[in-house]
Ligand binder design. Structure first.
Ligand SMILES: Cc1cc2nc3c(=O)[nH]c(=O)nc-3n(C[C@H](O)[C@H](O)[C@H](O)COP(=O)(O)O)c2cc1C
Length: 325
């Protein structure tokens, strides 16, 4: 049987979530709805993570909002979005029509703000809406008004407070997305895990600025932004290794500089269960669909029956590589 026509082989369990593929579209680089459907079949991917939404519409930062160098970008989009209500009414139905599995990413400025969104989402679920939403991703890598604008995920206490209250209020699986800008990522990950996180998404962007040496200006209107793409990958990878070494069972989605099949293999080898494609989609909106084809060809060429079998092999190899030290 030609496995390229047989998608069952990519199935995996991501915590309590059944995914049909280990390739996910990361938040903020694949729109709020079905914008990418003209480039590939959204239903073939593991999930599409919508750009983080908060309760009300949010304007975001002043332009310019993005600049690129090499295979990396610095962005200060500032979480622009139409708000949860608009998403549920107008954007989500198009994703359901495209048969996409959806991860709904949310953010707020206070701990209570996350709880309010949990209640709103739970109401929609109880009303029989949001059937294709397979999980809620808490983007806690955003400024906390109650803590001098430090990121929520820079504090184990705030991470635990948001995750535990959200978990009580919303029945959907909970993904918690962490910042790489922390001294002790294992401490923050543990706070999320003991507070009920089903999945960790690792990581969001790291801090950065861009300077224009020709015009002697800052490249972003906001001056400060978040760096993603290849520059981020070694940092995200070191964080994933530390968290996986400390916890063998928590499900992990890796996001950070994935452009090639080898980038994905590196993350699976480190113990990530699935991968999120972010900046690569900005360079090429077909990136995730192409990577999925490459993965299927790789599994076929090397005689694996399933992605799970291949992933198990990579975990054994990591064990051997680690023992060597
Ligand atoms: C333009 C842009 C916008 C982003 N917006 C969000 C967002 O709204 N919420 C979020 O959790 N992450 C956001 N991210 C972070 C990505 O989801 C991803 O975690 C990060 O960029 C690392 O992956 P990458 O190197 O493949 O892009 C954004 C990234 C970029 C480049």
């Amino acid at each position: 049987m030609n496995r390229s026509e047989n998608r069952y082989c990519l199935d995996l369990k991501l915590g309590s979530i059944n995914l049909k593929s280990p390739i996910i579209l990361a938040s903020g680089t694949s729109g709020h709805s079905d914008e990418l459907s003209k480039y590939g079949d959204l239903s073939s991917l593991g999930a599409l993570t919508v750009k983080s939404l908060t309760m009300d519409p949010w304007e975001g930062n002043k332009p310019p909002r993005i600049s690129s160098y090499g295979k990396a970008v610095i962005n200060s989009v500032g979480l622009q979005g139409p708000g949860i209500k608009h998403f549920i009414l107008y954007d989500y139905p198009r994703l359901e029509a495209a048969n996409a599995n959806v991860i709904l990413s949310i953010w707020a400025k206070t701990v209570d703000g996350y709880a309010d969104i949990a209640i709103k989402i739970q109401e929609a679920v109880a009303a029989g809406n949001l059937k294709n939403v397979i999980g809620i991703e808490l983007n806690i890598s955003c400024p906390n008004l109650e803590d001098q604008n430090r990121l929520f995920s820079q504090s184990a206490e705030f991470t635990a407070a948001i995750a535990s209250s959200f978990k009580k209020l919303c029945s959907l699986p909970m993904l918690v997305k962490l910042s790489p800008m922390v001294a002790d990522p294992v401490e923050i990950a543990n706070a999320a895990i003991v507070s009920g996180a089903d999945v960790l998404t690792l990581t969001n962007t790291m801090f950065g600025i861009g300077v224009d040496a020709v015009n002697l200006k800052f490249e972003l209107g906001n001056i400060y932004g978040g760096v993603s793409g290849s520059s981020l990958k070694p940092l995200t990878q070191s964080i994933i290794k530390k968290i996986r070494d400390a916890n063998r069972s928590i499900a992990i989605v890796a996001t950070g500089g994935i452009f090639t099949l080898n980038d994905m293999i590196e993350y699976w080898f480190l113990g990530a269960n699935a991968v999120g494609i972010g900046t690569a989609t900005l360079f090429n909106p077909r990136a995730s669909f192409k990577l999925q084809k490459k993965l299927i060809a790789h599994l076929n060429k090397n005689g694996y029956e399933s992605f799970q079998q291949y992933w198990n092999y990579l975990q054994e190899e990591r064990g051997k590589a680690t023992d060597g030290y």
